[in-house]
Ligand binder design. Structure first.
Ligand SMILES: Cc1cc2nc3c(=O)[nH]c(=O)nc-3n(C[C@H](O)[C@H](O)[C@H](O)COP(=O)(O)O)c2cc1C
Length: 327
């Protein structure tokens, strides 16, 4: 077929194509002498339900081209968000891609990777010329899938797919009254409300231990990094707008959760064994709240929310020291 040779700016063309968000797959096969072969590909797509057909395209530059072209079977693995490293590994030439990877038994000799979101075991049905790529169409002989969240790829970067429900909060779509420009879609409002509602669930659990939020905060900080002065503890608390006082440390001492050490003018604070136990119990409560919310949001959306919150923390960080950094 004669093609018109329109000269595009290749970078702009790539960038435009990259806006089409895809999943990420690894496609595997085997050489005649039995060596496993695989590459990362996001050109995968469904073609037909009946007969069951899928396709993907392979660059003519790929070292694996002759193997895929002459092989009969290949497996498509839809990667989960946990498999980003695997994607990188199978996209890099010269790596021993299958080192220390455990495989499942499939219906052909093509390697079958574990822990994926979905897998399609295929036999080549057709091969087509596709410019600088070869298009492989495969008949699906077997498939399976799990509820692991799929890894996404957009504009040259890994991404997370988040569900976008048709109706979120009533709030976001209702216009504010004309005399007031506040909307319930303000980031600060959403964060604040989410924070307090989440904290409230935890607070109810804490109340049963007769500890307040401040004590929860101090105990969890000391559980991560023990043996600090009041000043040091406060460097990890000031972003909340509160201050831990000597009086509140005395309260924890009376409860036998914290011990004072060193000179009386500048004591250092350490968790007692009981304090550590209470703190670990609080952590379990916090995890129970998280599990409940995760189940309601769905594991994938909970993960996406965490990614976005971490980005928000970075962009709004007032310069907090790293609580988890080794001393
Ligand atoms: C997210 C992602 C998607 C990719 N999709 C494709 C693809 O669809 N087809 C392709 O030929 N290469 C694709 N690549 C590049 C190949 O994975 C890479 O060139 C690989 O090293 C080829 O392996 P080989 O030369 O050892 O066969 C992709 C890479 C990444 C990171």
């Amino acid at each position: 077929m004669a093609m018109q040779n329109i000269s595009f700016d290749p970078q702009a063309f790539r960038a435009a194509l990259g806006t089409f968000t895809t999943g990420v797959t690894i496609i595997t096969t085997q050489t005649e002498d039995g060596s496993p072969v695989g590459i990362t590909a996001n050109s995968f797509n469904s073609v037909s339900l009946n007969p069951p057909l899928v396709l993907w395209s392979l660059s003519k530059q790929a070292r694996s081209l002759p193997i895929f072209s002459s092989g009969k079977h290949w497996n498509v693995h839809v990667l989960s968000t946990e498999q980003e490293n695997l994607s990188g590994r199978f996209a890099t030439q010269g790596e021993d891609k299958f080192a220390e990877i455990e495989l499942d038994n499939g219906i052909s000799e093509a390697p079958l990777l574990q822990d994926c979101t979905a897998r399609f075991q295929c036999r080549t049905a057709f091969q087509y010329e596709g410019g600088d790529h070869v298009i492989f169409v495969g008949e699906v002989l077997a498939f399976d899938h799990s509820d692991r969240a799929p890894l996404a790829f957009q504009s040259g970067q890994y991404a997370l797919a988040t569900r976008k429900p048709r109706s979120e909060l009533r709030l976001a779509t209702t216009p504010p009254p004309p005399e007031c420009s506040y909307t319930e879609d303000l980031l600060g409002y959403l964060l604040g409300r989410g924070h307090y509602q989440t904290l409230n669930a935890l607070r109810q659990l804490l109340n049963s231990q007769q500890l307040d939020e401040q004590s929860f905060f101090v105990l969890s900080i000391l559980c991560i990094r023990d043996d600090m002065t009041l000043e040091e503890i406060n460097t990890f608390v000031t972003y909340t707008g509160r201050e831990v006082t000597l009086a509140s440390m005395r309260f924890l001492e009376r409860q036998r959760l914290v011990a004072f050490e060193g000179p009386a003018q500048s004591p250092r604070f350490v968790l007692t064994a009981q304090g550590r136990e209470v703190s670990l119990h609080q952590l379990a409560l916090a995890k129970a709240v998280e599990e409940d919310l995760s189940a309601k949001l769905g594991a994938a959306d909970a993960q996406a929310l965490k990614v976005l919150l971490k980005r928000l923390i970075v962009v709004s960080d007032p310069g907090l020291p790293d609580l988890w950094a080794p001393r």
